[in-house]
Design a protein around this ligand. Structure first.
Ligand code: ZN
Ligand code: ZN
Length: 323
């Protein structure tokens, strides 16, 4: 799935599927190899930062990811390992002359914290911060851009916590050029036809859209299940997602501890992926007690074979998996 080391930025243009970049994979405390939670989902020219643990901007520098294109940041909850990097990143964006507004989607309370840090630090931002509060009483579509939409759903953790489902917008239909030429369709009509219109030629003959176009690729969906106890009730929100990220803080032999702290095991993450019929699963948020992650991967794979580890510096192609 991924390639270790610096992300190959050039491939963004070559690959039109969304891509997930892992910047942080650790739970509450960092280790020598792992940082707290942070991921970037790249869809066309947009980058959505999902959680922003301490060290996120250092990881971006290390792996060659620029701020450009980050206009939306989703914060799952206000445990520090999911947002302590946020004010640092906002500060750097301002120092680098950012002018474009930045949308921050997260729990109520995030606005107060960030605004207090800005105020007490005497910072004067050159761009607007737009805060959108997540809700725990319902799943909802919370945001959309030209190329994607974001839905939230409640997770069972110790504090207000939501997951995110990010879906590509449906693309235009693909024109069958050979066919269009055969029916003498003028180039000026291509745009309408790609949007689904039929074509009527000068003799009044109607050529159906299904003859002139091919189906566009199916929209891909990425589901992010941040810190959560094992909770099959979330399956309805993430059903049939193309790529699922689910936390796997512990292994099965620590299931009691996982339940006590409202976390999941690798096996439980895999059970959720199986129930949801996910295309592929990435597990992360590993406890610092695990130096080697192979056993967590094996445990998850015994339930759901299409599983990978969240390894910092690796990217995952959000594509339809056929096997
Ligand atoms: Zn956490
Ligand atoms: Zn947490």
């Amino acid at each position: 799935m991924g390639a270790r080391g610096k992300f190959i930025v050039l491939s963004w243009r070559e690959n039109m599927n969304p891509e997930l970049y892992i910047l942080g994979s650790s739970s509450a405390t960092p280790t020598r190899e792992r940082h707290p939670s942070a991921q970037i989902l790249k869809i066309e020219s947009e980058k959505i930062l999902i959680d922003c643990g301490e060290g996120t901007q250092s990881q971006m520098i290390k792996f060659g990811i620029r701020h450009t294109g980050i206009n939306t940041i989703c914060i799952s909850h206000l445990h520090g390992d999911h947002y302590f990097g946020l004010i640092g990143l906002i500060s750097t964006m301002s120092l680098m002359g950012r002018a474009q507004s930045l949308t921050l989607i997260g729990p109520p309370g995030l606005k107060q914290i960030i605004e207090l840090q800005i105020e007490q630090g005497g910072m004067s931002l050159r761009f607007e911060l737009i805060f959108i509060d997540t809700r725990m009483d319902t799943s909802e579509k919370i945001y959309e851009s030209d190329v994607f939409e974001i839905k939230t759903f409640p997770l069972k953790h110790r504090i207000h916590c939501t997951g995110f489902v990010i879906t590509e917008k449906k693309k235009e239909r693909n024109l069958n050029i050979e066919c269009a030429k055969e029916f003498n369709v003028p180039i000026s009509a291509y745009k309408e036809i790609k949007l689904g219109a039929n074509f009527t030629n000068e003799n009044g003959q109607i050529i159906g859209n299904e003859i002139l176009t091919f189906d566009p690729p199916a929209p891909k969906t990425f589901a992010y299940c941040s810190d959560t106890i094992f909770d099959p009730s979330i399956v309805e929100f993430i059903k049939d997602c193309t790529l699922l990220y689910h936390e796997a803080t512990y292994m099965k032999n620590m299931e009691d501890r996982a339940e006590l702290y409202f976390h999941s095991t690798a096996e439980q993450a895999a059970k959720i992926a199986k129930l949801a019929n996910a295309g592929h699963l990435v597990i992360g948020h590993f406890s610092s007690r695990y130096e080697h992650l192979g056993p967590l991967l094996e445990e998850a794979k015994s339930v759901f074979s299409k599983t990978s580890l969240a390894i910092e510096g690796e990217k995952h192609n959000v594509k339809i998996h056929n096997n």
